[in-house]
Design a protein around this ligand. Sequence first.
Ligand SMILES: Nc1ncnc2c1ncn2[C@@H]1O[C@H](COP(=O)(O)OP(=O)(O)OP(=O)(O)O)[C@@H](O)[C@H]1O
Ligand SMILES: [Mg+2]
Length: 233
Amino acid sequence: MISVQGVTREYGAGAARHVALGDVSLQINRGEFVSIMGSSGSGKTTLLNVMGGLDTEWKGTVEIAGQSIRTLADPALSRLRNRSIGFIFQHFHLLEHMTCLENVTLPSYFGGAAGVDVVARATGVLERVGLGGKLQASPSALSGGQKQRVAIARALFNQPEIMLCDEPTGSLDRATGLTILELFRELNEAEELTVVVVTHEEYVSRMARRIIRIEDGQIVSDEPNIPTPAEAT
Ligand SMILES: Nc1ncnc2c1ncn2[C@@H]1O[C@H](COP(=O)(O)OP(=O)(O)OP(=O)(O)O)[C@@H](O)[C@H]1O
Ligand SMILES: [Mg+2]
């Protein structure tokens, strides 16, 4: 579903040159729930941006949904991204002068929603994340956890195959963060949504089924996550 092979990403040049990813390879398959875990500056965001086709300034090979993105021109890459991938960030990126419903319909303006009842679909995904009662609310009137649910609904609007999340609980307290991770787990199990969560927090990574650890731009381990008895439910 997403394949990264021998990817190197450098920033800067000369004395300022920094290798953010050094010859990294990994594959994420349909239906997986993966965390990418590492300390600040280890290269997590860089890797996620490479995997999602947001960054194209690397050496190596990246395939999204079976397509090598090296050969794609900008509009084709944007289409592939819009169709296949939902992005979630730490700071929600909602438009506060619009209602929750309007925020969730935003992806329809970037194509892929021809013939779709946009309001019905947006209402459906907001109900799916537990916010059916907040359709006309302003995001500014919501809690942090609710704001992240609106962002998740917006990411679900185009019915992506994979959700790429960069520190999705980074602005939330731990209890609220866990409810967001439970929602990802539910979407992963019930709807086979592939989920990748970048984090620097152990408790966040423990919610995933596979944990990839990254240090200084290198993958140092990639293992299934076996829940401890206390975590198993
Ligand atoms: N635009 C840029 N220009 C120069 N260096 C960059 C740039 N973006 C990232 N870097 C460097 O690349 C390395 C990896 O950065 P990255 O943002 O991927 O780390 P991260 O693991 O996401 O960190 P954090 O947990 O703090 O978000 C860091 O050393 C960072 O300083
Ligand atoms: Mg980061």
